[in-house]
Design a protein around this ligand. Sequence first.
Ligand SMILES: Cc1cc2nc3c(=O)[nH]c(=O)nc-3n(C[C@H](O)[C@H](O)[C@H](O)COP(=O)(O)OP(=O)(O)OC[C@H]3O[C@@H](n4cnc5c(N)ncnc54)[C@H](O)[C@@H]3O)c2cc1C
Length: 340
Amino acid sequence: MKNVFVYCEITEEGHIADVSLELCSKGRKLADELNVDIEAVVIGTKLKGIQEELSPFGVDKVYIAEDKRLFPYTTLPHAAIFSKLLEEQQADVVLVGATSIGRDLAPRVASTLRCGLTADCTSLEIGDHYVKKTDTTYKNLLYQIRPAFGGNIVATIINPDMHPQMATVREGVMKKEPVRRKKLAELINIDVKKYVSDSDFVVNIIERHIEAQKVNIKGAQIIVAGGYGVGSKKNFNLLYQLADAIGGEVGATRAAVDAGYEEHERQIGQTGVTVRPKLYIACGISGAVQHRAGMDQSAQIISINTDLEAPITNIADYNINGRLEDVLPKMLKYFKQNSK
Ligand SMILES: Cc1cc2nc3c(=O)[nH]c(=O)nc-3n(C[C@H](O)[C@H](O)[C@H](O)COP(=O)(O)OP(=O)(O)OC[C@H]3O[C@@H](n4cnc5c(N)ncnc54)[C@H](O)[C@@H]3O)c2cc1C
C-alpha cells in the first residue's frame, strides 16, 4: 500500500500531542507528492474524539488501539502493536516525534522491521537517487535531512532498500498546518489482543511523577535570548527585564547554559528546543549553525553583538553593533517611554 504513517502521541489530557499534529501536516504533504494516503496510529486509552482532532490535518485513516493496559506509554506493547501494524500495512514512510516516547519507540520498531531510522530530522523531502555503479534509479525516496558531524554539514540520508523509511522529528521543526477539508478520517479500531501477547505486559508502572513545565519558550511570540557574550548569570537579569516589559520569554545558547548562566530548559538549538517566535532578540550570540537550527525560522531577528562579523549578522533583520550591557537598558528605557 506504500502509505505514509504517523505515530500519534497522546498528552496527559488525552489530546494528540503537538509534535504529532506537526508530523501529520508534513506527512500530508509527503503523501500528496507520493500520491498515497496518510494514516495515523494512536495507541492508548480513552481515545474518544481523536478522529475529529486528526481529520483537519488531512489524515485519511486513523488506526486506534484502545485498551486500558496501554496507558501510560510502555515500550513493549506499544512497539509490538506499531511494528505489526506497519508490517501488515506495508508502510513506506513512518514518522515519529523525537520526544522521550518517540526516541524509545522508534529504534525498537526500526530494529524489529530491520529498516533504517534517521533521528532528529530537520527537513523531509521526496526525491530520486541514482546509483552509478549499478545504473539504478530509486524513485520517490524519503530524503531524511539533518545536521551531521557536530552540525558542520547537513546530511541527506536515504534508505533505498529496507523499507519502511523511518524518521523522527523534534517538536517545533515542522509546522502545524490544518488543511481545508471537511471529510472525517476513516476510523479503524484494532483488535489489540491480536497484536500483543501477555509477555508484552511484563513491565508494570507502579508510580508516576509528572513535573509541571516551568517555562514555555516554544509557545512564546517574543524571545530575548542570551549567549556566552552575556558574560554572567547576573547579566541575564537585563534580558529578563526587557522580556518582562515586552511580554517575552528568555532563551539561551548552549554556551550560556554550559557556563551556568541559564537552565537547560531554556536552551535553543539543535540539542535544545526549536522556536519560531514573531521576534527573536539575540544578545551576545555568535550564531553557530547548531543555534541557528533552532531559531532561524523566527519572523524577525534583532542581534546585539560587539562583532559585526559574527555569523548571526547574516540572518538578522537588524544588527545593533554594541555591548549588550549598554544596548539593553536603552531598549528598555525607550520601550517604556514610547509605550506609555
Ligand atoms: C552536537 C552539538 C550540538 C549543539 N547544540 C547546540 C544548541 O542546541 N544550541 C546552541 O546554542 N549551541 C549548540 N551547540 C554549540 C554551538 O556550536 C556554539 O558553541 C554555541 O551556540 C555558541 O554559543 P554563543 O553564541 O552563546 O557563544 P560564542 O560563540 O562564544 O559567541 C558569543 C558572542 O557574544 C559576542 N559578545 C561578547 N561580548 C559581548 C557583549 N558584551 N555584548 C554583545 N555581544 C558580545 C561575541 O562577539 C560573540 O559573537 C552545539 C554544538 C554541538 C557540537
